[in-house]
Design a protein around this ligand. Structure first.
Ligand SMILES: [Zn+2]
Ligand SMILES: [Zn+2]
Length: 343
């Protein structure tokens, strides 16, 4: 089979690889029916993910059909339609038992697929620890509806969950890229009093205005004043920083009211400053990190009953064979792209 492969910095290519086989009894082989491209794939492409292994098949956002399972897999069986989780986790270690699956201590724990082991921008993928890494898709949910469940949507759901949002809150979300919009969709589930989205791109603000008309929109330059004018206690009660630009971490905490929760989802290219003398007395709570992707079953239930719909985010569809073009459109943000589906 042809697999879209990370060769080395700025080099991706189709490589012929054998169809994967069951290696451990906890594995499953999944036939990929739809996959996507994530900004993390671009980070690998540009050599900024040191643990990414040259020669690895890219792709960690996908849905498919189970072809084969190892002898100890009990939660899925051949023929099941499934979402694949970006994270590999055992479900048994200290961190998994506490829901912190991102820090699973098993050999392949954390982000392995499409980084350290072969991923899903191909026809078949081997999923380790399949009882945790796969979730069955309800019959009334399509592949497109489920495509983002295992990665960006899991991230948005987790970010909204740990932000402890109440109905009295003004929630500020910095960044309306795919993860920012997924965070917005999941923040909406908590029904806060107000949601403000800050995004520099006019096209992306337009996307938010079209699909989520109740959301207030601002730009980074105007954000601080806008939030002061549109919040009840001198700043946002909850801030989700999903932008990851060079100055958005500073913007995030400046826009927060005293005693707010600031959840940092973004991954930065540079070290960030925490100016404690200036912050003193603001008594902020920071929650910082990478997704604990253990809510996929609940997310699929919410999609099934119509509470979550990420299909507007899938703006472009390409056959898998056109993946080079899909990468270009996604990376260069051409033609109003938010997410691509590879079929
Ligand atoms: Zn990703
Ligand atoms: Zn674990």
């Amino acid at each position: 089979m042809k697999a879209y492969t990370y060769i080395g910095k700025d080099q991706l290519a189709w490589v012929d690889k054998p169809k994967p086989q069951i290696v451990e009894e906890t594995d499953a082989i999944v036939r990929v029916t739809m996959s996507s491209i994530c900004s993390s794939d671009l980070h690998i492409k540009h050599g900024s993910v040191p643990r990414a292994v040259p020669g690895v098949t890219l792709g960690h956002e996908m849905v498919g059909v189970v072809e084969q399972v190892g002898s100890s897999v009990v939660r899925v069986k051949p023929g099941d339609r499934v979402t694949v989780n970006v994270e590999t986790y055992c479900g048994k270690c200290f961190f998994c038992q506490h829901g912190y699956v991102n820090n699973c201590t098993s050999l392949h724990g954390g982000w392995a697929l499409g980084c350290r082991i072969d991923g899903g921008q191909t026809q078949y993928v081997r999923v380790p620890l399949a009882d945790q890494g796969l979730n069955r898709i309800p019959d009334n949910v399509t592949d497109e509806q489920a495509l983002l469940v295992g990665d960006v949507l899991a991230t948005g759901f987790w970010a909204a969950r740990i932000s402890e949002i109440t109905k009295d809150d003004t929630v500020l979300i910095l960044g309306a890229g795919p993860t920012g919009i997924c965070s917005l969709i999941c923040v909406m589930l908590h029904q806060p009093k107000r949601i403000i989205v800050c995004e520099p791109s006019e096209a992306r603000r337009g996307f938010i205005a079209e699909h989520y008309p109740d959301v207030l929109l601002t730009t980074p330059d105007e954000c601080l004043d806008f939030v002061l004018q549109h919040s009840d206690h001198g700043g946002a009660d909850r801030v989700l920083e999903v932008a990851g630009a060079s100055d958005t971490f500073q913007l995030a905490w400046r826009c927060a009211r005293p005693n707010a929760i600031v959840t940092v989802v973004a991954l930065y290219n540079e070290t960030q400053q925490l100016p404690l003398p200036v912050m003193y007395g603001k008594n902020l709570v920071f929650k910082i990190g990478g997704v604990d992707g253990c809510d996929c079953e609940e997310i699929l239930r919410l999609i099934s009953c119509g509470e979550i719909d990420t299909t507007p985010l899938i703006t472009h569809r390409f056959p898998l064979s056109d993946i080079e073009k899909a990468y270009r459109v996604f990376e260069e943000k051409l033609d109003g792209v938010i997410k691509v589906a590879l079929i």
